[in-house]
Design a protein around this ligand. Structure first.
Ligand code: ZN
Length: 337
């Protein structure tokens, strides 16, 4: 399906990041497959008088030893698309946000006045596609109206015997490269799912670079943009966060729920106050890890994908509008932190 504003190709990402004038484009790192991963920044990087890494500052009883932020500092927001390279919704949304910040309208010609007026009060770090290897492996440019089974083939790929990997079984072998026949777009070219790298000794350069970025930039709020099949938009529960951070994330979850309701778009408020009941094996994933290097809120947004499948099915416009609701509320929530 051809959708003019659905810019998700690597060549389109290259074109827009190289045309950026109001922001600054940098190459965060190269992927396992040698593809550039771009970050676009808006607003000056400020010094927070760093004397210690985050965990040591916490050990000293005061995170200000890591980042001495005052009311005068611009809040820092980090948006990450395409950690799973085939989940195009977030890539498209970050591309449209860059277009908005550069030209005053998104690729549909639509204005988003609140974002335009308030973006200068922030440092914004925008990564359109964190996993270009996976994106390059996806042979289509949109998953709108793609049947669910076909989407599983594209996302998680197949085992050696040709059967679908599926979710969450695709995580049972990691890195998955040698066990797969068709390597899905979830993974980089080494078969690493960045969401489940070994964060204390990263296997992937992509993971290392992203954690270094979070460490150095001290984002107050990081949101990863994922695709969540034909579910209503939602935030996934994140494990191993301090309760005070979960409370802030719960407040933002509720704020976003109210904003979606106002727009008539589907959003399910999943409880972000995650209690360890002592029975499961909760995963310490990339989202958890980002919090633990910088102390900020770190959340995983799962967008509806508009598949040809049961459940909630949004149009491409509604999917992009959903992300703009998210972006606007991110700014609103961090205005006076
Ligand atoms: Zn994902």
């Amino acid at each position: 399906m051809q959708i003019p504003f659905w810019k998700s190709q690597l060549s389109e990402i290259e074109a827009i990041v190289h045309s950026v004038k109001k922001g600054t484009t940098s190459v965060l790192t190269e992927s396992a497959g040698g593809r550039s991963i771009y970050a676009v920044a808006y607003g000056e990087k400020e010094s927070f008088n760093r004397k210690a890494n985050y965990n040591s500052a916490c050990g000293a009883g005061n995170p200000r030893h890591y980042a001495d932020k005052t009311k005068g500092n611009k809040p820092v927001l980090l948006l990450i698309g395409g950690v799973h390279g085939g989940e195009l919704e977030g890539i498209v949304a970050v591309m449209n946000l860059i277009q908005l910040l550069e030209t005053g309208t998104d690729f549909r010609g639509k204005r988003h006045d609140y974002i335009l007026e308030n973006a200068p009060k922030f440092r914004l770090l925008l990564i359109p596609c964190m996993n270009p290897d996976g994106r390059d492996r996806l042979p289509i440019d949109s998953l709108i109206e793609v049947p669910f089974e076909q989407s599983v083939y594209y996302m998680q790929g197949t085992w050696k015997d040709g059967s679908l990997c599926g979710w969450p079984d695709c995580k049972a072998v990691h890195p998955i490269k040698e066990a797969s026949d068709v390597l899905g777009s979830y993974f980089n070219d080494d078969g690493v799912n960045l969401m489940h790298d070994n964060f204390f000794a990263p296997m992937a350069q992509e993971t290392r670079a992203l954690l270094e970025l979070a460490d150095g930039e001290v984002p107050d709020l990081t949101v990863q943009l994922h695709g969540g099949a034909n579910n209503a938009n939602h935030f996934v529960e994140i494990h191993y966060l301090p309760y005070v951070v979960m409370q802030r994330q719960q407040a933002f979850n509720q704020q976003l729920g109210a904003a979606f309701a106002k727009q008539g778009l589907p959003f399910v408020e999943r409880n972000q106050l995650v209690v360890d009941k002592g029975i499961a094996h909760p995963s310490f994933n990339l989202t958890s890890a980002i919090h633990h290097v910088c102390g900020g809120m770190s959340m995983t947004f799962e967008s509806n994908m508009g598949l040809a499948a049961p459940g909630v099915k949004l149009t491409p416009d509604e999917i992009l509008d959903s992300h703009f609701v998210l972006f606007e509320e991110m700014l609103r929530s961090q205005q006076n932190v």
